[in-house]
Design a protein around this ligand. Structure first.
Ligand SMILES: Cc1cc2nc3c(=O)[nH]c(=O)nc-3n(C[C@H](O)[C@H](O)[C@H](O)COP(=O)(O)OP(=O)(O)OC[C@H]3O[C@@H](n4cnc5c(N)ncnc54)[C@H](O)[C@@H]3O)c2cc1C
Length: 303
């Protein structure tokens, strides 16, 4: 339980902590109630102390990346939301062709760093609006590329505060899944093996993919990207469009008129609105196409 003692101890450990933090400000959907507590953790030692403190006080914790794949409950989040910053934003060239990147860094910074080092392989990720931790957790991917193609090792902290390393095949990557999905382990940093490539070629490819995104996706509207995973033998967006649901509105939530795989919050949508729209889409697509759509977006918080 969150008590004054819990908060005071975090402060004593030099951890910046806020109470009743509005999660709308931390999600790309611009949706969500308050988290009981929110903190920025800047180094490994502070992270361990925070986890231990949570355990001691039976406070649940949630690791927030950039909040670009989340639907946060209107009723908020129980316990402590932890955001990694400080040393978790560091990016270094670890050895020839290997970049090591902290989990708190944005993918955009990592992509730019790789380009500046004339290392190719992460161009696909340019435009995915998340952190490196979130991208590893989700095995983020686009345009025939996935995190799994270049990630060779990931350091993480387990729930007892031990730091461990997962390599290559232990990472258990598959479509929008990694060994970290649905565990308490906290991704600290990841190493990517890349390929030497001319900087202008890398830049060209990044620009080309960004143009495609701008053309096809409602990137200037609050959303969490594709709401549904790709079903077998098809695309969620095509099925939703074929069912006549493009532009369909439910409360303040709408199936994007630009890309039917996205739900946008253009009108002060609540999480309930989005959940209602998701349910409606799933029902109609099941009835008309006999396909079950599963969510890629993760629901977090009080039910
Ligand atoms: C406009 C738009 C376009 C998008 N396009 C794509 C796309 O092309 N491809 C794609 O794959 N996704 C896409 N997404 C979805 C999203 O950007 C990715 O899933 C991204 O990888 C999520 O990263 P995040 O840091 O925002 O994670 P969050 O949304 O903050 O969290 C997602 C999950 O990761 C966990 N997590 C985050 N960091 C850590 C950590 N350090 N340790 C342990 N767990 C952690 C969280 O607890 C949560 O369960 C898009 C989203 C938007 C809004």
């Amino acid at each position: 339980m969150i008590t004054n003692e819990f908060i005071e101890q975090l402060k004593k450990d030099n951890i910046t902590v806020n109470t009743d933090e509005c999660m709308k400000n931390h999600t790309s959907f611009r949706i969500g109630g308050n988290a009981d507590c929110y903190c920025e953790v800047r180094d490994t030692d502070s992270l361990r102390k925070t986890i231990f403190l949570c355990k001691k006080h039976s406070v649940p914790y949630f690791i927030l990346g950039s909040g670009s794949n989340l639907l946060v409950s209107d009723k908020g989040i129980d316990g402590l939301v932890i955001h990694l910053s400080g040393e978790f934003n560091e990016i270094t060239l670890a050895e020839d062709n290997v970049i090591r990147c902290g989990a708190g860094s944005t993918l955009a910074r990592l992509c730019n760093f790789a380009k500046n080092m004339s290392l190719g392989g992460l161009e696909f990720a340019w435009g995915i609006p998340g952190s490196v931790g979130g991208a590893v957790y989700m095995n983020a991917g686009a345009y025939d590329g996935e995190i799994k193609d270049t990630a060779i090792a990931v350091d993480y902290m387990d729930s007892s505060g031990n730091i461990k390393r997962c390599r290559d095949d232990e990472l258990d990557f598959s479509y929008r899944h990694s060994v970290f999905t649905d565990t308490d382990n906290i991704i600290l940093r990841a190493s990517f093996r890349l390929t030497p490539r001319a900087q202008d070629k890398i830049y060209e490819r990044m620009q080309e993919l960004m143009e495609r995104r701008k053309e096809k996706q409602p990137i200037n509207h609050p959303s969490a990207g594709s709401v549904f995973k790709r079903p077998e033998n098809g695309y969620a967006a095509a099925l939703i469009e074929e069912c006549g649901l493009k532009g369909y509105e439910y409360g303040g939530a709408q199936v994007s008129p630009k890309h039917a795989g996205f739900i946008v919050n253009d009108n002060g949508a609540s999480a309930e609105d989005v959940l209602g729209l998701i349910e409606h889409i799933q029902k109609v697509v099941k009835e008309k196409k006999n396909v079950e759509l599963c969510c890629e977006v993760r629901f977090v918080g009080r039910k």
